[in-house]
Design a protein around this ligand. Sequence first.
Ligand code: NIG
Ligand code: FE
Length: 418
Amino acid sequence: MSSLLIRNIKTIVQAETSRRSLSKGAEMAQLPTLDNAFLLVKDDLIHSFGPMTDCPDTADQTIDASGRMVFPSWCDSHTHIVFAASREEEFVSRIRGLSYEEIARQGGGILNSARRLQLASEDQLFEDAWQRLQEVIGYGTGAIEIKSGYGLSLESELKMLRVIRRLRTVSPIPVKATFLGAHAVPAAYKDKRADYIALIINEMLPAVAEEKLADYCDVFCDKGFFTVEETAQILQAAAQYGLKAKIHANELGYTGGVQAGIAAGAISVDHLEYTGDAEIAALLESDTLPTLLPSCAFFLGIPYAPARKMIDAGLPVVLATDYNPGSSPSGRMSLVVALACIKMKMLPEEAIQAVTLNGARAMELEDRYGTIAPGKVANLFISKPIPSLAYLPYAFGSDLIETIILNGKVWNGPVSNK
Ligand code: NIG
Ligand code: FE
């Protein structure tokens, strides 16, 4: 057994003495912390923590964390990090005045990424995604969900999901996989969308289930993409294979997507830039989590989801990066935390709950990740010296992470592929 002792910690953040599975409403501002503390890791697990007065004398390895805070690693529950190429030409088109939806209607956007992905080899996709995964681990992410959805054909969707499976075999952090065949209707099916939905249901889903390639099924239920009826049809079919729903909804309008997700028993409904009283009321009646993606709203210049209103109504809020080449080319969770505070008026404590415990819950990983609790996996990071918790979102451009610990070991940075 190997032991790692972190001493003189200024504050342990999300230090749980009694386990919670979620934080919602007013509780979100009550972030459990412990000042002037030690944390003991044994093998890959958090063994114990407590005040420095109770600190053990020795361990195999000791880190002095004077002036520094310890956080559980971020849990990023919504990403699309398998893609073939960046899309900065569309970014420039948007600067010149085109909207995200106009670009999509002209065959850009998701269809652009799909064309590029179909041409890419599985090996190349893997190498690129592995670099991105290591990049985000370096930003403090310690659990991640990754979606398919740039394949849009049986062969290419399976290719993406196999890349995700391969990432899981090398990744030091847990990876959840989501099948997103219904991300957009491919060009070849423009005038026969029912045929594409039949392809998803009759060919893609059985193949995905056969190879056990996904944990969840996603649909982009929104204006110009998939309707509420189509979404229900796909999610019902996915449920037959044991795939739970986790969907994109209400990014582009009040489409009923949130209610469609709830009706399907979705783990989460994600985006929610267009959320009104009806959506909030429906969420309050359900166990479905609202996941907000502020770096997407920032990048596309669309409204931010009403996080404040949701929390004040008693809802739990989850925050994630949506890292993808079109609407959020950033996997930096600390930027998400800062945007949530600056643009959505979430308190720093609330934002931290949303990217740790609630993010873990949105991937059904809350028993093992998302807080500092004895028995959980030791995925955590030590900050640089910082004056307070609020300094993290306040100093929004600074890189404030000093040491990353994954599975109880200090992580030494990206592995070169060369
Ligand atoms: O979550 N909104 C749908 N899908 C992605 C963006 C896809 C893209 O533009 O490539 C998102 O924003
Ligand atoms: Fe997304």
